[in-house]
Design a binder for this molecule. Structure first.
Ligand code: FES
Length: 212
């Protein structure tokens, strides 16, 4: 079994080596056609709108009403899973948003659009995660016994001696819940979100509940 992936999957910088784009002779009132098809522009937009300075809508709490309910969603091009975990006695449930990318070799471990689960098991090599994204088990952690050319027993595969489950959980996104809406939260934007979101919540409640 190969070594796991790095855990830092949500902050690649695909544009690090990109060259600046020039507008050419197009008038400022008209965007050149290639602005709609250029891969660099597209990736820049993904970075600006979804991966860095913005908080993003993920789903509604009512879409996952029971403990274990999950829903697959997307932030930009990245697949994420919104899941409800039962709270401890006397505590409310938690809602987690996890990147849908196994910490081992990057496989999308949730294929269904929605469902209910007690844990997430990656279909590739069966790494198993709690609903909060912690890794709890993996197959062949100690490797398998084999025999070399001299007839000696040897160990093949397996994880290194210093392998720690706690270092290889799923990527967990920060979550904000406002008025039943679940958002991917960015800490530094949180105070601005609160001031923007409060009036929006009352607007949404008015729009939804006065028309019923
Ligand atoms: S890719 Fe190997 S367990 Fe997920």
């Amino acid at each position: 079994m190969n070594a796991p992936l790095s855990n830092n999957l949500l902050s690649p910088d695909p544009l690090q080596s990109s060259q600046p784009m020039f507008w050419g002779n197009a008038p400022t009132s008209r965007a050149p056609g290639r602005m709609y098809t250029d891969a660099q522009v597209y990736h820049k937009e993904l970075e600006a709108l979804f991966y860095s300075k913005h908080w993003c809508y993920v789903g509604l709490e009512c879409e996952i009403p029971k403990a274990g309910d999950f829903k697959r969603s997307k932030i930009g091009e990245r697949s994420v899973v919104m899941v409800r975990e039962r709270g401890r006695p006397g505590q409310p449930d938690s809602i987690h948003v996890l990147e849908n990318r196994c910490a081992h070799r990057g496989v999308q471990f949730v294929r269904e659009r929605s469902g209910n689960a007690r844990s997430f098991v990656c279909p590739y090599h069966q790494w198993t995660y709690k609903l909060n994204g912690d890794l709890v088990g993996l197959t062949f952690r100690q490797g398998v016994e084999a025999v070399d050319e001299c007839g000696e027993k040897i160990k093949q595969g397996g994880m290194p001696e210093d392998f720690q489950l706690c270092d290889h959980g799923l990527t967990k996104l920060k979550v904000a819940r406002r008025g039943g809406v679940v958002l991917r939260r960015l800490t530094r934007m949180w105070s601005r979100l609160k001031s923007i979101w409060a009036p929006m919540c009352s607007l949404i409640s008015t729009a939804f509940f006065t028309s019923l």
